[in-house]
Design a protein around this ligand. Structure first.
Ligand code: NOJ
Length: 561
């Protein structure tokens, strides 16, 4: 196994809008982040991934960029950004930036030009087509509801937008577009950043004929077959690597929609010259029905284990996994896979999930507030929600006659605003996030769940994260050990073994509130055992061949000999 700094790192994702506000406008900003660098250092993380901070009209909170080389006014200035980079580097941490180049904002100067006329030099920077029989060029639906096409009367044509109508897709077939992107990446890399997280990067190559998606007429359908891992995707990424990335010692992680481990191997395979890691969505899909994420269905541990094991084994020795249980697009992991119903179960289940995240093979990604056990939120009315995906879905479902209560239940389980409520720094006014009015309502539980309280309590989830992160630095087997699932059929316990040379790591996790039994398979032998971490007190020297697990109990042992 090739050793790399990004395999040994722990990444922390910051969603700047909701992290820390320094000037009282209710919106998080760069100076706010700078004021919390020592907090990040105390936690022990190695790399910060910053969600977009570029100039943007904020139709999709910064994922709609109108200038890739300028900072959003609400977040500060390029000088603030330089100070942030310097502050991180000074403390031995790295910075990766979000690269959002499947689409730009419709307010980007390229698009402003592009829409002016069919012969504008920027016309081919985007994907324009004439209508078909008075309708859109094809039947593709947008990820954010409705058609993926918007009619523009200036030139009597439609442009493609897989996301909102204010996020037109860039035309990667055009070499000038690719050159612009590479130059922009080089500009940031030369400023000293340490890599990129690449937004929906596996959607950039489209089947040029743009054929209809399958499905009944008169409706919009997911056209993924024609743009997920499209025909030129690997050519484009190899070119990007050759032209830009290979010249720097940086890390990359691609957000890749709908990929299997076999697809992933093509993006991250050792000799592919593309990316270091991808974010997979398969695990995030285990509680969705056939119509998609809003059709919430109960997940099972069997599915959870199957998906994780598939990814762990498929990439072993060839690629590298990214490990995440939530981010700014997903509900809070503790509400989804753990238990937030009372303080005790909240504490142990948050730690149990953290144990999983930090002891599988791959690079762990912590999403802000996860280290405090921040939870989902239930706002009273749709008016309180801000996310374009939620608002568009709500409109569409209401128009289709779905009942309000069930729509709200879907939002409570899966809506992205669950993850976007402000960081809970303390139990004071506005949770210490702002002196003004926060841009989105705080989670009302901030008096119980907040950083100040967690830091003062040695038994908190926060301190457990610190210990897990430190363990990673002390035991190579945690980073590089091979993965082998144990007791595969067990419906309540997830157990696995990691092996590196003569060292073994035994991880045993009870995913439920009911107690469970664990039995170590006989063929696993060892002469010494050391308990590295647990979310309960464990008797020293307790038998590990067979034991009972308490609610959400997690134990990690190092075995030798
Ligand atoms: C994925 C991002 O994570 C999400 O927040 C965004 O809405 C879409 N890509 C479009 O950029």
């Amino acid at each position: 196994m090739e050793r790399q700094w990004w395999k040994e790192s722990v990444v922390y994702q910051i969603y700047p809008r909701s992290f820390m506000d320094s000037n009282g406008d209710g919106i998080g900003d760069l100076q706010g982040i700078i004021s919390k660098l020592d907090y990040l250092k105390t936690l022990g993380i190695d790399v910060v991934w910053l969600s977009p901070v570029y100039e943007s009209p904020n139709d999709d909170n910064g994922y709609d960029i109108s200038n890739y080389q300028a900072i959003m006014d609400e977040f500060g200035t390029i000088e603030d950004w330089e100070e942030l980079l310097h502050g991180l580097h000074e403390r031995g941490m790295k910075l990766i930036m979000d690269l959002v180049v499947n689409h730009s904002s419709d307010e980007h100067k390229w698009f402003v030009e592009s829409r002016k006329s069919k012969d504008n030099p920027y016309r081919d920077y985007y994907i324009w087509r004439p209508g078909k029989d008075g309708r859109e060029p094809n039947n593709w639906g947008s990820f954010f509801s409705g058609s993926a096409w918007e009619y523009d009367k200036t030139t009597d044509e439609y442009y493609l937008h897989l996301f909102s109508r204010k996020q037109p897709d860039l035309n990667w077939e055009n070499p000038k577009v690719r050159k612009e992107v590479y130059d922009m990446m080089t500009w940031w890399l030369d400023k000293g950043i340490d890599g990129f997280r690449m937004d929906v990067i596996n959607l950039i190559s489209k089947v040029q004929e743009l054929p209809d998606a399958e499905g009944p007429e008169g409706q919009y359908h997911f056209g993924g077959k024609n743009f997920v891992n499209g025909p030129r995707i690997h050519e484009f990424l190899q070119e990007m690597n050759r032209e830009v990335l290979s010249k720097y010692d940086v890390m990359t992680v691609g957000e890749t929609v709908d990929v299997t481990p076999e697809d992933a191997a093509l993006f991250v395979g050792k000799d592919r010259g593309e990316l270091n890691m991808v974010f997979q969505f398969e695990l995030m899909g285990i509680d969705s029905g056939p119509t998609g994420k809003w059709e919430v269905t109960p997940w099972t541990l069997a599915d959870f284990k199957r998906v994780m094991t598939k990814w762990q084994t498929a990439l072993q020795g060839n690629g590298w996994n990214s490990l995440y249980l939530n981010n700014h697009d997903q509900p809070r992991m503790i509400s989804r896979f753990g238990n937030d119903s009372n303080p005790q179960l909240h504490n142990v289940s948050g730690k149990m999930l953290a144990t999983l995240l930090h002891t599988l093979q791959g690079t762990p990604y912590i999403y802000q507030g996860e280290e405090l056990g921040m939870t989902n939120v239930r706002f009273e009315s749709i008016e309180d929600y801000k996310d374009i995906e939620i608002l568009n879905m709500h409109k569409e479902y209401v128009a289709a006659g779905k009942d309000e209560k069930s729509i709200m239940e879907s939002i409570y389980s899966k809506g992205r605003d669950n993850a976007r409520t402000p960081m809970q720094w303390n139990g004071g006014p506005q949770a210490g996030f702002t002196t003004g009015t926060p841009w989105i309502i705080l989670n009302p539980n901030y008096k119980e769940i907040n950083a100040e309280k967690a830091m003062a309590d040695p038994n908190s989830i926060f301190h457990y994260y610190r210990r897990l992160i430190q363990l990673r630095k002390q035991h190579e087997v945690i980073v590089y050990g091979d993965y082998q699932i144990l007791c595969e059929e067990d419906k309540q316990v997830y157990a696995y073994l990691r092996t590196l040379g003569g060292d073994k790591l035994l991880v045993v996790l009870n995913f439920y509130e009911e107690p469970a039994k664990f039995e170590l398979p006989e063929q696993i032998t060892f002469s010494s055992q050391e308990l590295l971490i647990s979310n309960y007190d464990v008797q020293p020297g307790a038998d590990i061949r067979q034991f009972e697990l308490r609610p959400y109990e997690a134990r990690v042992y190092k075995l030798q000999g």
